[in-house]
Write a protein that binds this ligand. Structure first.
Ligand code: AMP
Ligand code: ZN
Length: 114
């Protein structure tokens, strides 16, 4: 996807503040952080929204979650806790249409979310 921001990061055309990467995912700091730790975990494969996931690529979600847990440990927030969020489409608040997991931590989160 040539016009996708996160695909450009995966391709190295834009350099994010990367904190973790492996063969399947890239994780980098959100440009507009909502907590002291706010990292986005992005699969290298382009999938626009959660609605576009299917049985063939559903394993990406587990890989994203494992990466988020690894980043939480790396950031020193694993024991106190953190939140992982994936927004979908307009009502979910999705603005970048390449699936990503928000990892938020370093403060207590409110519930329900806004
Ligand atoms: P969402 O609204 O769930 O689609 O999340 C998209 C996130 O991407 C937002 O939290 C933005 O702050 C973040 N974002 C947008 N552009 C960049 C960028 N160039 N580098 C890092 N994060 C970004
Ligand atoms: Zn993409």
């Amino acid at each position: 996807m040539t016009d996708c921001l996160f695909c450009k990061m995966v391709a190295g055309e834009i350099t994010p503040d990367t904190v973790y990467e492996n063969d399947d995912v890239l994780a980098f700091r959100d440009i507009n952080p909502q907590a002291s730790t706010h990292v986005l975990v992005v699969p290298r494969q382009h999938v626009a929204t959660l609605n576009d996931l299917d049985a063939a690529n559903a394993d990406l979600i587990g890989k994203m979650m494992l990466a988020a847990a690894a980043v939480a440990k790396q950031e020193g927030i694993a024991e106190q806790g953190y939140r992982t969020v994936m927004n979908c489409n307009a009502h979910g608040g999705q603005t970048v249409f390449h699936i990503h997991l928000h990892l938020l931590g370093g403060r207590a989160m409110g519930w329900p979310p806004g």
